[in-house]
Structure formats: C-alpha cells, structure tokens
Ligand binder design. Structure first.
Ligand code: F6P
Length: 554
C-alpha cells in the first residue's frame, strides 16, 4: 500500500476537472431556481451532523468528476489500509491508527503482532481511574490537600486538542476543578498561568509524545522548580521526591525519558508511535480533559469519533461527508484558485477549534513532495483559519463577501444553546443563528446592482454595494454541542484532511518541516547568550538581530 502514489494531475478525472474549471461560471441563484431539489440532494447526514453542501460551487458535472478523481487516486483502498494499520506513514515507516483510539471496548485489532485495541483500553482504564481519583479528592497533593488546578504542559498536538476540547465542553466540566495549559516557551506563558495558584493544590500533567520537546521540557522544569520552591516555603524538610510524585504525572510514548525527568513511571500514561501528535487528543494526551469532564463524557467523545470513523469507512463515497468535503476543498484549491479556507463556528465554545484545525490540516497537508519523494505537481494544503461568528463578521467577513479572493468557508452551529439567555422577549441564540443563516445566504446569493438601485442607492456608490454572491460555504449543524458531537467534528476534519492528502499523494502524517527551525534554535542559542564565535558564524541579518537583542537586553 505504500507503493508509488498516483499522480492525480495525470489522471483522466483531473483533465476533466481542468476543462470544467475553464470558463466555470457558478450561478447559485440559477442553480437553486432551476433545481428545486438541490438543497435536499446536496444535504447529507454523518452520525449526528447535518451537512448542507448545496451552497458549494458544484454542479451536476463537477461532483461526478470529483468522485471519479477519488476513484482514480485509490482513495477507498488507502482509507482501508489506514484502518487496517498498514504503514501508510511512509517517511516514518509507521501505521496511522488514531482510529484505533476510539474503538469500542469489545473490538479487536491486530497490528504488527499486537492487539492494539486491548492496549488502548488498558491505558484508558488507567487514565479513567486516575481522573476519578483527582475528581473525587482521593488523589491529594503532598500536604494532603485536594487538587484544585490541573496544569497541562505540552505544545502542538499535546496542547491544542486538550485546550480546544476543554473550552468546547465547558458545560461538562466539574465545578471546583480548573485546568490551565502552558505551551509557549515564552516565559510569560508559565508566569501568567502559574500566577495565583497554590502549589499544594496544583497537579501538573507533562504531555509530550516524544518527551524531547524543548518547550515542554523547559516549562516542566520551570513548573517543578515553582512547585518545590512553593512547597518548601511551608515545609523546609519537604521530601522533594514525594512532592514530585504527588504533583507530576506524564503522558508520553517515551516512558524511559519520563523516568529520567524524575516522574514516577507509575504516574505515567503511555501511547504509541502510530498516533500522530495532532491526532492524539483522544489518547492519554487528553488526560487533562478527562479530569475536567470525567470518564463518562470522554467516552462519549470517543464514541462520537468512532461513529464518524464508521461513516467514513463504510458509506459510499457519493454520500460520504468527509470524502465530499475533502474533494470540494480540492476543487476549490486546485481548480478555482482558493488559497485559504475559513472555519467559522457559530458557537463561542468552539473558539479554539480553528486554531486546533490549523495544526491538523496544515501540519498534515503542508507538503511539497509526495510520499515517494517526488515533487507534487499542484498546490497542496490550504491555509486554514477562522474565528467564531459573529466576531468574525465585524472583522474579516468584508473580504470574504466582496474581496477579490475566493475563500471557501465552513459554518458550524448547534440548535440548542449551551447557555439559553433572553434579551427581553428575544431568545439571543435565535438572533445568533439568524446571523449564521444570513451570512451563508448573502455569500451564496449576493445582491445585484438592480437590487441595490431599487433601495434608492445613489448610482455612484452602487458598485461598492453590490455583492457578487457565489462564494461557497458548507453548513454543518447538530442538535447540540455534546462530547459526542465534538468527537464527530474532530474526526470529520481528520478524514477531510486524509482525503485531500490522498488526492495529492502526500504523507499527511509526518512533519519534517518543523525540524530545521528546531535544530537552528539549538545551534543559535549560545549566540543569543553572548557566545561571539557562534554569533560570528551566522548570516549578516541574523547576526545583526542578535546584536540588537544583546544591546537592548538589560
Ligand atoms: O513540532 C511539531 C510537533 O512535533 C508536533 O507534531 C507535535 O504535536 C508537537 O511538536 C509536540 O510534540 P511532543 O508531543 O512530542 O512534545
């Protein structure tokens, strides 16, 4: 399964899509007028998600051609190979099995001679037991006080997923127990997140797949020193080892390095190299989340992810939502020239979802060579970005409505509000959703010059008030933002990302592009601290920047 990738750009379907794109003149007004069944036909269900793609720029010819493309690049075979545990992460020679993290307890999956499903459930059992002890107060700090704050120390996939889900599932959090997240090596992050905390009631989770990440290990050492200093203030005879054992746990695939750091292996939760960092929120990396929302809600999140996995694995491609959304993204990016893709949750609780998706999509698909090392012959990974509505409306929607660039956008909303509030007789959630519906309508259908004139607008400013419409959106709705629905959304975007990666023939599961900067930072670090020999070896611009820093650092 890891033979040479198909060059999609040489496929007959690519040729067909290229001709369809030439002179493509989308007309959503006409398409809806002439085809009263369009909304129904292009609306799909995936688990609890209701996904309306009818305001996308697809007609009766484009969609079949995209499905042919999926066929010609072998999408279904590669998907099945992933689920079976074949080593589709070619450059790291690894299986890609985040889907195994959410298999039900009775499932069995043999990969490379191991029953990975059984191992997953054994780790989950330990994480759940630990979380229950923290939540009930049975796990105390070294002074015997109950834990009130859990601080996750991690970065990238060891941070973004847990933070995003902690924010999204705020209504499910246990009262009296707060989580904080330290990720950045900017010391401001640790300083501000530790401010106001009592070491006696604080528990740290050091989350790092490799346990070799500079940011995380530095922050973990800062936190250890903060803890020991704080506890020693009240107890000069503090037993440091017991203090670390009661206040530090770790999550990693490198349990030997955890022990070297001084964390008791009894207090470490493992996972596996077949879980990519950005695909790991559902592994033990989600331990802070389990503590916050409890094992039951976390199991619901896993069940939601599994439901979306099953949809992706078993639904015919022409009704398979992640496949359709991934193919549409390819159409926009490779044939209609879209460079970016907006994700616009009409849910304040999802305010970190776009940031989470940035790592998922861009670290996965920001690649310039295929999985066999040959250069790609078309654009890959779009820039994903977004903010929750309605804040985005008052910031950047202008460009989406009237700018010169095509910005496909996914809108996400829930029927039930998490916090139902009324403004007098007005249900504020309804006002909020009216904005969601209005925006997708305006983007699709726009406003013609005649409609603008009919409002009595002076001729000179008519052009400025015209909306061309035909700006594509996907509308994703669900009854409410439960843990299961959040799981479905995460898995939906994982599989959209996968679909695009297969079309492009790239390895969506490695991330070599982050390595060079890490290496150079290590090499440069002595120069920043004053080593003139190392400074002299740098390029003139970098040398001058370091010199500026040294002149201005008191
Ligand atoms: O720098 C990129 C990266 O390797 C991500 O892929 C990963 O999520 C992050 O760093 C953190 O890595 P780790 O969990 O090993 O500390």
């Amino acid at each position: 399964m890891s033979g040479a990738p198909v060059d999609a750009t040489n496929s007959p379907a690519w040729g067909r899509l290229t001709s369809l794109a030439e002179g493509f003149a989308p007309d959503l007004r006409r398409w809806f007028d002439e085809d009263p069944g369009r909304a129904d036909r292009l609306t799909f269900s995936a688990a609890d998600l209701h996904v309306d793609l009818s305001k996308g720029l697809i007609d009766g010819e484009v969609l079949p051609a995209l499905l042919e493309l999926a066929d010609q690049v072998g999408l279904a075979d590669r998907r099945d190979a992933m689920f079976r545990g074949e080593h589709i992460n070619v450059t790291e020679d690894r299986a890609v099995l985040h889907t195994a993290l959410r298999l039900p307890p009775d499932a069995r999956l043999q990969v490379d001679g191991q029953d990975v499903a059984a191992e997953v459930h054994e780790v989950l059992r330990r994480v759940y037991e630990f979380a229950d002890r923290v939540r009930s107060g049975a796990w105390t700090g070294v002074t015997g006080k109950r834990i009130r704050t859990v601080v996750n120390i991690g970065i990238g996939g060891s941070d973004l997923g847990p933070v995003m889900a902690y924010e999204a599932l705020r209504p499910y959090r246990q009262a009296g127990l707060e989580c904080r997240f330290i990720s950045n090596i900017d010391p401001t992050d640790a300083a501000t997140k530790l401010a106001g905390l009592d070491p006696a009631t604080t528990l740290f989770i050091v989350s790092s797949k490799t346990f070799g990440t500079l940011e995380t290990l530095t922050n973990a050492r800062l936190c250890k020193a903060w803890l020991l200093d704080g506890l020693a203030d009240g107890d000069p005879h503090l037993d440091q080892q017991s203090a670390v054992a009661r206040h530090f746990v770790a999550v990693s695939t490198a349990l030997d390095k955890v022990a070297d750091f001084g964390i008791d292996p009894q207090n470490a939760f493992g996972f596996w190299d077949w879980v990519g960092g950005r695909y790991s929120v559902d592994s033990a990396i989600g331990t802070s989340l389990v503590v916050a929302i409890g094992p039951e809600a976390f199991s619901d999140l896993l069940a939601g992810m599994h439901a979306m996995d099953e949809h992706f694995r078993t639904t015919p491609l022409d009704r398979n939502v992640p496949v359709l959304m991934g193919l549409l993204n390819v159409w926009y990016a490779n044939f209609l020239g879209a460079q970016t893709h907006a994700v616009l949750p009409y849910s304040q609780l999802l305010h970190r979802f776009p940031a989470y998706l940035q790592q998922l999509t861009m670290e996965s698909n920001g690649k310039g060579v295929r999985w066999d090392g040959t250069p790609v012959t078309t654009d890959t990974g779009e820039v994903f970005w977004g903010e929750p509505g309605t804040n985005g409306q008052h910031a950047f929607y202008q460009l989406i409505h009237q700018g010169t660039r095509l910005v496909p956008a996914d809108f996400i909303a829930f029927a039930e509000p998490a916090y139902p509030l009324r403004d007098g007789t007005t249900d504020v959630h309804e006002l909020f959703l009216a904005n969601f519906f209005a925006q997708t309508q305006a983007l699709a259908f726009g406003k013609t010059a005649d409609e603008v004139r009919a409002e009595g607008t002076a001729e000179a400013i008519v052009p400025a008030r015209v909306f061309t419409g035909n700006r594509p959106t996907a509308s994703i709705m669900a009854p409410r933002l439960t843990p299961s629905v959040l799981g479905q959304l995460i898995a939906l975007y994982e599989h959209i990302t996968f679909t695009q990666g297969v079309v492009w023939g790239i390895d969506s599961f490695d991330q070599w592009g982050v390595e060079l900067g890490k290496q150079l930072a290590q090499q440069l670090s002595p120069a920043v601290s004053g080593d003139t020999e190392v400074a002299a070896r740098q390029d003139p611009s970098t040398r001058a920047l370091i010199a500026y820093y040294r002149r201005h650092r008191s």
